[in-house]
Design a binder for this molecule. Structure first.
Ligand code: G1P
Length: 288
């Protein structure tokens, strides 16, 4: 099996209930950090990691994601006619080639594991990446690129991981860590959303994965887990021991944009990193 990763799956069927009423009509994946949707940041991260095929698992009420990913000739000509060539160019550059974009449909919100299973036919029999768009990551080397680098040596399953306060572990997949070599941690166990007192560690899974296609067979007979959903974590946990399995304490900072605090933090942090916005923002904070 090849140790390179060419396909990425973006599960984008989630309901986004934490951002209602905004998400009544705007999918949470299209909520912006400054002027770019969360989805676009994840796509750019995947491109930078060498991904060539992009599989989006959408669901009911998510047609605007397909619209966002499509060409918009009327908009481009309106921009050009209005002399906004640079904006038009930026839009064009962000567009993925039509023949590299694929859609799978998850009819019912049965969980992340089920969403990934919906992409089975499109992924086929090769290793693939999964990016959870609401994990927004600032890093020098894009997080997925860091995982690809590790995967090229280890194969198997590679997950981005980070340390969180013990009180927060109930929101994530949590590792039972094995031997550690620098930033690479062997994974001996995985549990989805445990109570803090039952958690095997405070090392948690961040929404970037590289997975062997064998995961689909595990997902196909996976039972409901935490929250009554078919959990990716549960299928992965059953693969431990049969495949190389590592977590990478990636370099960078992750913002959980699945809630408003994270989205606000991501926005402020991005603005502070932008020379055009930084001074304005710090002055405004002072005034306020
Ligand atoms: C999902 C995964 C969880 C992981 C998290 C990262 O949870 O199930 O294991 O730690 O993403 O963001 P969700 O955020 O969908 O509840």
């Amino acid at each position: 099996m090849s140790y390179s990763v060419k396909k990425a799956v973006f599960p984008v069927a989630g309901l986004g209930t934490r951002f209602l009423p905004a998400t009544k009509s705007v999918p949470k994946e299209l909520l912006p950090v400054i002027d770019k949707p969360l989805l676009q940041y994840a796509i750019e991260e995947a491109c930078a990691a060498g991904i060539e095929e992009f599989i989006f698992v959408t669901g009911p009420g998510k047609s605007s994601i397909e619209e966002y990913l499509g060409a918009s000739p009327e908009l481009l000509s309106a921009l050009r006619n209005g002399g906004k060539n640079d904006v038009a160019r930026r839009l064009e550059n962000a567009l993925l080639p039509e023949d590299k974009v694929f859609f799978a449909f998850q009819e019912h919100p049965l969980g992340l594991g089920h969403a990934i299973l919906c992409a089975r036919e499109l992924v086929g029999n090769e290793p693939f990446a999964v990016l959870l768009v609401d994990d927004f990551i600032h890093s020098e080397v894009p997080c997925l690129g860091q995982l690809v680098e590790v995967f090229s040596k280890t194969g198997g399953n590679v997950l981005a991981i980070e340390e969180v306060p013990v009180s927060e572990v109930y929101r994530y997949g949590v590792l039972d860590p094995g031997a550690r070599n620098d930033n690479l941690v062997k994974i001996n166990g995985l549990v989805e959303k445990p109570n803090p007192e039952d958690a095997p560690s405070n090392l948690t899974v961040v929404g970037r994965y590289i997975l062997t296609p064998d995961v689909f067979a595990y997902l196909a007979d996976q039972r409901e887990g935490a929250g009554g959903e078919i959990q990716l974590t549960d299928a992965l946990a059953r693969m431990i021991g049969s495949y190389p399995f590592h977590g990478l304490l990636f370099e960078g900072e992750r913002f959980d944009c699945g809630n408003k605090f994270g989205l606000l933090e991501a926005t402020i942090s991005t603005a502070l990193g932008d020379p055009d916005l930084r001074d304005w923002l710090t002055n405004r904070f002072r005034d306020l």
